[in-house]
Design a protein around this ligand. Structure first.
Ligand SMILES: C[S@@+](CC[C@H](N)C(=O)[O-])C[C@H]1O[C@@H](n2cnc3c(N)ncnc32)[C@H](O)[C@@H]1O
Length: 287
């Protein structure tokens, strides 16, 4: 049995030595989980900016819990109207890289999201993107509580983590599997598909290119976290990177398909947030 401190140690080692090392073209290894193709650029960009709608635009301190190196340009926008961005991460490499990006605008603290070393009611804004799923399962609720505790009474925060096998992904995986089988039958060897952020390695299992991940579903969030604090689910992105890489291509009207997808997500944000791949969980202490 792997202990909680072993899991955190593995995760930190992974990000220090692999995840936040440059892999190619100036991108970190972690960016291999994202769809960085030009065809998906506008869609991914607009999805990143959805976070802004649920934050106070200005304030004193914005907490970025599990900041990593603040790897995408859109992330910089979240703290533009704030005096300081407090980057909290267990990976020292993440924070060294983040400091290169934001310099004096940042305060950099090596710490654990489930045990934040900050007073209650401190932050006017908070983001925590793709981080809580790396914690040992017993500490997920505590991490939500810590993020909520440290949020100011007028503060607003956003948490993004993929769901564990949501219905839309299960449905789409059927079609992806079909396309992959046809590809093998008629064309060539199967392409290596990087399942990236949406993959769910078995608990406690890691490979040299991934680390510990444990995800939940919307029912879990409502029951375990919704009973402790008000949470509202919106859509961050409804389809997996694996889906985008399989079905979205420049020569098959990919840009237009993504415009339609974005429009659908805007029309049905709660439904697609709950049943699609990536919810945006909005937190605030006031109604
Ligand atoms: C997938 S990366 C996401 C980074 C960034 N938020 C983004 O979206 O690009 C996860 C980050 O969470 C950090 N992390 C993992 N477990 C943590 C913990 N218990 N406390 C603080 N940070 C943690 C990792 O070191 C890593 O930088």
């Amino acid at each position: 049995m792997v202990s909680e401190s072993d899991i955190k140690h593995q995760v930190r080692e992974f990000y220090d030595h692999i995840g936040w090392q440059e892999a190619s073209n100036g991108f970190y290894q972690n960016a291999s989980y994202e769809d960085l193709r030009p065809v998906a650029h506008d869609y991914i960009h607009n999805c990143h900016l959805r976070v802004m709608r649920h934050l106070n635009p200005t304030g004193h301190l914005l907490l970025d819990a599990g900041s990593g190196p603040i790897q995408y340009p859109e992330y910089l926008v979240y703290s533009k109207g704030y005096q300081h961005r407090v980057c909290a991460d267990i990976s020292i490499v993440a924070l060294q890289e983040a400091r290169k990006r934001i310099g004096h605008h940042g305060l950099f603290i090596v710490c654990d999201v489930a045990n934040l070393p900050f007073k209650s009611n401190t932050f006017d804004g908070m983001v925590s993107l793709h981080t809580i799923h790396h914690l040992p399962p017993d500490e997920h609720i505590r991490a939500y509580q810590e993020l909520y505790r440290t949020l100011a009474s007028s503060g607003k925060g956003v948490i993004v983590n993929g769901w564990d096998n949501p219905p839309l992904t299960i449905f789409m995986n059927f079609w992806i599997g079909l396309v992959e089988r046809l590809y093998v039958l008629f064309l060539a060897q199967p392409k290596v598909v990087d399942r990236g952020k949406e993959s769910s390695p078995a608990d406690n299992q890691t490979t040299s290119r991934s680390t510990y991940v444990r995800k939940h579903n919307a029912a879990w969030l409502h029951k375990e976290v919704g009973s402790l604090m008000p949470v509202k689910i919106w859509c961050w992105r409804s389809l997996s990177v694996r889906f985008l890489r399989t079905f979205i291509h420049e020569r098959f009207a990919g840009r237009w398909l993504l415009k339609i997808l974005y429009w659908k997500e805007e029309r049905f944000p709660h439904f697609l947030g709950k049943y699609g791949q990536y919810p945006l969980i909005a937190l605030s202490k006031y109604k």
